[in-house]
Design a protein around this ligand. Structure first.
Ligand code: HEM
Length: 479
């Protein structure tokens, strides 16, 4: 009877503590203790969370363990929240798994003064090296030529482009941050890349949810959540070695890259700049900047083999505007409306950060007729915008026409928000767009993409914060 009494006591206490507050957004019934933790399909979290809107509307709530979250859906709601009331949603929640890794430092998971200073510094340094006098364009195009050489070595036979693309795209961030690139197939670098993939996947798993919901308990239990820490620590050690080498041969009068600039900033003794913050910032730029763009390109390959007629149209436009004797440049974009529309449609359909990153309310906020109190985790569901049938003519079909007017001119669409919006909008948006444009047009200029004989492209995905295609092989024939 003591057991029964304890059980009743715990359940009653849980019920009283975790009742959905009166003016709070509605949502599915939460179970005792675990809430809605097990009602989500973590292999397709974004689809699970989008389906809930059918019943509960565009602003709804879920309880993950002991923590309430509110999921925001559709363009109007996201705009009102992230842009119009952006100040209230500028912070990230204090999720135990993320805090263990970043300790509140860096850009992606920091808040307040640290976030403001680190974000501003990262943006201005990327601008200096990326778009200022030391333009990134030659770096990207040079990297493309290495990548093309590697692709050509397969002589049109089937191969998996994943690692080469990862390496190529990461090399652009490496050039910016470390001041050097890594040869394709460099063992240490390959290991680093596989850590990132594995780490992200674990972050999106049920283990991560359990850890964030019950940190004190989970910290003591074995399981994949312990591996995540190990993985991220290995990445940080890798970065520490780079920082040490930079310090060793650093010339403050000639800053070569982001790390050098940061070392100068530390010397000026500005408050939130120190070596530990440097390591986390580099980690963030690397994490956010390599996997995302290379995953988008992997989807691009798949869409081009699935729709050869679209591929041929892109190639014809590039042949006409750029020709074959020079490399494409950003100035060509305005003259390549169809190609530009295809790149946008690839980003929309591949939806690679389907739930953006979590935010938290820093004050009570009114949204969609409900009051969400301070301190509630907010998930901006980008999927609900990128596939909204009220925004797109054919939301589930690959259709470059979404970004073209009847005269074939490129048109911007407000609901195109793969980089999210507001104060936390992707810091690398300009860089990513430049990389995607230059890589994609160069690829189309040099190669024709096809599937190995008898194989059909599989458009299914794997969810791990980002949505990535399943491994596949492709044939690249030189044009
Ligand atoms: C944040 C998407 C490439 C750096 C984000 C967010 C999204 C996103 C959805 C979350 C925004 C939010 O919290 O509401 C993408 C996509 C990319 C891409 C789709 C490529 C196709 C990059 C690149 C960099 C980068 C190349 C490298 C510099 C960051 C950083 C943040 C971020 C540092 C955190 C910003 C903050 O918390 O203030 N990105 N990203 N991203 N991204 Fe990207």
């Amino acid at each position: 009877s003591l057991l029964l009494f304890t059980a009743v006591f715990i359940l009653t206490a849980d019920y009283i503590k975790n009742r959905r507050p009166g003016s709070f957004p509605p949502g599915p019934r939460a179970f005792p203790i675990v809430g809605n933790l097990f009602t989500v399909d973590y292999n397709r979290t974004h689809e699970s969370l989008t389906q809930v809107t059918d019943r509960y509307g565009d602003v709804y709530s879920l309880r993950m363990g002991q923590t309430w979250i509110v999921v925001l859906n559709r363009f109007d709601v996201l705009k009102e929240a992230l842009v119009d009331q952006g100040d209230v949603l500028a912070d990230r929640p204090n999720l135990p798994l993320l805090q263990d890794i970043s300790q509140g430092l860096g850009v992606i998971f920091s808040n307040g003064k640290i976030w403001k200073q680190q974000r501003r510094f990262a943006l201005s340094t990327l601008k200096h090296f990326g778009f200022g006098k030391k333009s990134l364009k030659p770096v990207i195009l040079e990297e493309f030529s290495y990548c093309a050489k590697e692709f050509k070595s397969h002589k049109g036979k089937p191969f998996d482009p994943h690692l080469i693309l990862n390496n190529a795209v990461s090399n652009i961030i490496c050039s910016l941050v470390f001041g050097h690139r890594f040869e394709y197939g460099d063992e240490k670098f390959m290991e680093l890349m596989s850590w990132f993939g594995k780490g992200l996947e674990l972050e999106a798993s049920i283990w991560a949810q359990l850890y964030n919901s019950f940190p004190l308990l989970m910290r003591r239990l074995p399981g994949p959540h312990q591996t995540v820490q190990h993985i991220w620590n290995s990445v940080k050690d890798f970065i520490r070695v780079e920082v040490k080498e930079h310090k060793h041969n650093w010339d403050p009068s000639d800053n070569r890259d982001y790390i050098d600039c940061y070392l100068s900033e530390i010397q000026m003794a500005d408050d939130t700049f120190d070596e530990e913050n440097l390591v986390v910032c580099v980690f963030d730029l690397f994490l956010a900047g390599s996997e995302t763009t290379s995953t988008t390109l992997r989807w691009a390959f798949l869409y081009m083999v699935k729709y050869p007629e679209i591929q041929a149209k892109v190639q014809a436009e590039i042949d006409k505007v750029v020709g074959t004797s020079r490399q494409p440049s950003m100035e060509d974009r305005a003259d390549l409306p169809y190609t530009d529309a295809v790149i946008h449609e690839i980003q929309r359909m591949s939806n690679i950060v389907p739930l953006s990153l979590p935010h938290v309310t820093t004050r009570d906020i009114r949204l969609g007729g409900y009051t969400i109190p301070k301190g509630v985790t907010i998930i901006p569901n980008l999927t609900s915008v990128l596939f909204d049938k009220n925004e797109w003519e054919t939301p589930d079909a690959f259709n470059p026409g979404h970004f073209l007017n009847p005269e074939g001119k490129f048109v911007k669409r407000a609901a195109f928000i793969p980089f999210s919006a507001g104060k936390r909008v992707c810091l690398g948006e300009n860089l990513a767009r430049m990389e995607l444009f230059l890589f994609f047009t160069s690829l189309m200029q040099h190669f024709t993409f096809s599937m190995p004989a008898g194989v059909k492209p599989v458009m299914d995905f794997r969810f791990g914060i980002t949505l990535s295609p399943l491994p596949y092989e492709v044939c690249l024939t030189s044009r």
